[in-house]
Design a protein around this ligand. Structure first.
Ligand code: ADP
Length: 507
């Protein structure tokens, strides 16, 4: 600026220039003030913490929000170096990065936990700072913000934990896991590959196809399972056999859930079921052996008892005859039980007889009723015969067994009634047999289950009836072998009607 002595000698143009210069200065100062004011308003309004620092990193300004949160007065923040407001574990990293930024003039960026001065609770923030330079490129200050990233950090942590769990599952050597797209297995864990003998190369080359690696007899069920998966989002676990890479077979238990729909992807879970299957086979083998071992001596005992009874009857020794008669009926019960056990093991081994003779179901029914009426006197069996001869192709003895089972169940489970109605009808394609009783009935939710192995209904009075839950299972397997169906209608306390539908022999 000019002093008083100097201004006295100024000419008019110079005066004008001087006044213009002073005005310019004033305007610049006002603009600076206004821009600083603008900055402050902005800094106090944004949701972030805002701060500035001097070129050497020492404190210059923090917004009110920052001070409220940390509880630091402007005086207490004169030096940043103590970093009291940062979590102790984050200080070293923060300091090192800040030092580096100050030394190099590069932008600063660091995540750390900032302490709430009032509650002492830390929240994650992302701190960023940029240097502000003058025209010569010299840093004149640092401008920084801290943004709350607590929620993001929480999500990241939850994701990390869930990823850890997924990894633990994927890396477990207990359960095979695969990702299926259509019929193709597009990803799998090591356990699945180890189980099936395939490797990562096979996976990459797209060589693992669910249908190809499923045993032929299980393919229809697998197809059905995939359809169920698409509709119900999850798969009820089912048993099947894989054909491994080396051609060997592996019994497995598989389940799955839908991952995404477009393109359709499912996550499959596979458990090696071979130990369980082997045990089951051993059990079935044992049942078969035990029944065989029992059957011969029982048959011989039965024969001897009958002979003895006939001899005694001739001598008219009444009491001995009655005792032997009871023995005979007990032996009959044991014979039936052993027969059922034997059938069960045959079914399990897939060795049920497949005789293919022409059978008249009406004749079979007549024979069964004659046998039954020799031993039971409580119920009259009323028969409604078909108009046309109910001819079909199958196994006469096995079909007789189905009838015997249905009629004896009808009698057993209707102790308060005295009739059973049996009807045979024919349609163009089928022979339909119905056995109707007026007994205890079967609860609705158990009407399908009673055809399963060893299943006995849970219902009032049920425990009063002897049985092992094998008869209907065997009957339904026999019906299946004849490509037929067996169903039941029932009303609790009123009775049940079993319907067997079998394909009729074409005329
Ligand atoms: P069991 O009679 O030896 O228990 P089944 O396999 O023949 O075995 O029958 C399975 C179950 O079905 C029986 O335990 C019984 O609960 C039910 N059941 C079968 N037939 C009838 C019937 N006619 N009335 C009521 N319940 C029946």
């Amino acid at each position: 600026m000019l002093n008083g002595k100097q201004t006295r000698h100024l000419t008019l143009p110079l005066w004008k220039a001087l006044i213009k210069y002073v005005d310019g200065q004033k305007r610049a100062e006002q603009q600076l003030k206004a821009s600083e004011e603008n900055f402050r308003v902005l800094a106090e309004t944004v949701p972030q913490f805002v701060w500035t620092a001097q070129p050497d990193g020492s404190h210059e300004y923090t917004n009110q929000r920052w001070r409220d949160y940390t509880g630091f007065t402007p005086e207490r923040v004169q030096r940043w170096d103590d970093l009291q407001f940062l979590h102790p574990d984050d200080r070293a990293m923060n300091q090192a990065l800040w030092r580096h930024a100050l030394d190099t003039g590069e932008r600063f960026e660091c995540e750390g936990r900032l302490r709430n001065g009032q509650t002492g609770v830390y929240r994650w923030v992302l701190t960023r700072a940029m240097p502000v330079r003058d025209e010569a490129g010299q840093i004149i200050k640092w401008f920084g913000t801290c943004t709350d990233i607590e929620d993001q950090k929480r999500i990241e942590e939850a994701l990390r934990q869930s990823q850890e769990r997924v990894n633990a599952l994927m890396n477990s050597n207990i359960i095979g896991i695969n990702v299926i797209e259509g019929e193709q297995i597009v990803d799998a864990n090591d356990t699945f590959l180890r189980m099936t003998g395939y490797n990562r190369e096979d996976l990459r080359a797209g060589c693992i196809n669910v249908m190809h690696m499923t045993a032929p007899e299980d393919r229809a069920q697998t197809q059905q399972a995939h359809q169920e998966l698409a509709v119900r989002q999850a798969l009820t676990p089912y048993e099947k056999e894989y054909i491994c890479q080396d051609g060997s077979r592996l019994p497995v238990l598989v389940g799955g859930v839908v991952l995404q729909h477009d393109p359709f992807q499912a996550l499959g879970f596979v458990l090696d079921n071979s130990a369980h299957k082997e045990l089951e086979q051993r059990k079935d083998h044992f049942l078969g052996m035990a029944s065989h071992e029992l059957k011969t001596p029982i048959a011989s005992l039965m024969l001897q008892t009958q002979l003895l009874r006939k001899q005694l009857a001739k001598q008219d020794i009444q009491n001995a005859d009655r005792a032997l008669s009871r023995m005979e009926s007990q032996l009959n019960a044991v014979t039936r039980l052993v027969g059922e056990l034997l059938d069960l093991s045959k079914i399990q081994a897939g060795k049920l007889e497949h005789a293919q003779e022409t059978v008249n179901l009406g004749d079979v029914l007549q024979e069964v009723i004659e046998i039954m009426q020799q031993t039971q006197t409580t119920h009259a069996i009323v028969v409604h015969h078909a108009e046309h001869p109910p001819l079909l192709i199958g196994n006469k003895d096995r079909l007789g067994q189905v009838l015997l089972n249905l009629i004896s169940n009808a009698i057993k489970y209707s102790p308060g009634a005295n009739t059973i109605e049996v009807a045979i009808e024919t349609s163009e394609e089928s022979v339909i047999l119905s056995v109707c009783d007026h007994g205890i009935g079967i609860p609705r939710e158990q009407r399908e289950k009673i055809f399963e192995r060893f299943y006995r209904a849970v219902a009032p009075y049920q425990h009063a009836f002897p049985g092992l839950g094998m008869g209907l299972y065997i009957a339904s397997e026999i019906v299946k072998h004849h490509r037929g169906t067996i169903t039941v209608e029932s009303e609790m306390g009123k009775g049940s009607t079993f319907h067997v539908t079998l394909p009729r022999k074409s005329p």
